[in-house]
Design a protein around this ligand. Structure first.
Ligand SMILES: [Zn+2]
Length: 360
């Protein structure tokens, strides 16, 4: 009782009456057949407990008793009272059943514990302690919550002012390319970098180029597209020249192009982000900066196999799937070793020599 009173004091975002109204709407949405069973009442809980306690119980109907035994289990709490719990897979005992009468306390408490973070976090909190609470009710509560409504409205108005980033759900849908002029940083035969990034996975490629012309850029893109496929959309963070557009349209007629007109300062800051990362990495990993173009592949490999700060994921894993765990490799290697048509190399236990029998 004390928790309930404490709860009521904290809740100024929905009243008990509004909640009851909401529960009624939830029940009305069900087909007539399921309305009676949509939520479990305290009375039903008591009847189910009676069924579970007595083997030859005559409570309600045979089908009710069958349902009760199939769906529930009971246990004693620390005060010795019987409580009804969900029966889970393999006969495991689940969380205590939440009757209709306690839904208000249980869901509002979960919503507070989730810090008003929406339906799924609220439902996750519910599931920590109770069973038989419909997720739909958590959704309805979040929509009725005045705190959440205000939060949503503020977010919407902020979002509409900021340009939304392009979203995609697949690798190679949109590639972003940038040409970085690195002449000030390095003296090299190839002072330009063609930097390409997949928008979805953040997988990156970089090529050292002699210049920014079609003759340099197109072959590099050609190599990339042959290996990974042609993207649906290629977006250039700076303007394509007309002859670049012509060559692209000719080679990849189905690919769509976006080129942006950017203010000069923006281009410079974008370029330097990648160039700066590269320079820092080179300073740590390479002593001689004269050979920096050779290191571009290795640098991209480093980026692609590290957790990306924006996505929290490793780009390589998104594109190719997770690397096989070491123990699986050991297992595969052991099964190869178990076959007898080989000899071990003297050099290392990681090398075997296969004995090939001449079929002639
Ligand atoms: Zn809320």
């Amino acid at each position: 009782m004390s928790t309930q009173q404490c709860n009521n004091k904290d809740i100024d975002w929905i009243t008990r009456e509004e909640f009851e109204e909401m529960v009624e709407t939830f029940i009305q949405r069900k087909t007539p057949k399921f309305q009676a069973k949509a939520l479990i009442t305290a009375e039903t809980v008591q009847d189910v407990l009676l069924v579970l306690k007595e083997k030859n119980s005559q409570v309600r109907t045979p089908s009710f008793r069958f349902w009760a035994r199939k769906r529930f289990l009971s246990r004693k709490d620390h005060r010795g009272n019987w409580i009804l719990c969900a029966r889970e897979e393999h006969g495991n005992i689940g969380k205590p059943v939440c009757p209709k009468e306690e839904l208000f306390d249980v869901i509002t408490e979960a919503h507070i514990n989730s810090n008003h973070r929406g339906r799924d976090p609220t439902y996750d909190w519910v599931k920590k302690s109770r069973s038989y609470v419909p997720k739909e009710l958590c959704d309805m509560l979040v929509k009725r919550c005045t705190h959440c409504t205000i939060k949503r409205k503020t977010k919407e108005s902020t979002d509409s002012r900021v340009e939304k980033p392009i979203t995609t759900t697949r690798f190679m849908t949109i590639l972003k390319m940038t040409l970085v002029d690195n002449r000030q940083q390095v003296r090299s035969r190839k002072p330009f970098i063609l930097h390409v990034k997949d928008v979805y996975s953040h997988y990156q490629w970089a090529y050292a180029l002699e210049n920014k012309n079609v003759e340099s850029v197109i072959p590099a893109l050609y190599r990339l597209f042959c290996e990974f496929g042609t993207p649906s959309i290629l977006s250039n963070t700076c303007q394509f020249t007309q002859d670049m557009i012509n060559s692209m349209v000719e080679r990849w007629p189905n690919m769509r192009l976006i080129h942006s007109k950017m203010k000069k300062d923006d281009i410079a800051s974008q370029d330097s982000a990648f160039a700066l990362q590269l320079t820092q990495w080179l300073q740590v990993n390479r002593t001689n900066l004269d050979f920096w173009p050779d290191c571009l592949f290795e640098f991209c490999c480093h980026l692609n196999t590290s957790t990306n700060s924006e996505t929290g994921k490793v780009p390589h894993d998104i594109v190719f799937g997770k690397t096989v765990p070491q123990e699986d490799v050991e297992h595969i290697w052991a099964s190869i070793l178990s076959k007898d048509s080989h000899v071990m190399s003297d050099q290392s236990e990681n090398i075997i020599i296969k004995l090939v029998t001449d079929k002639n």
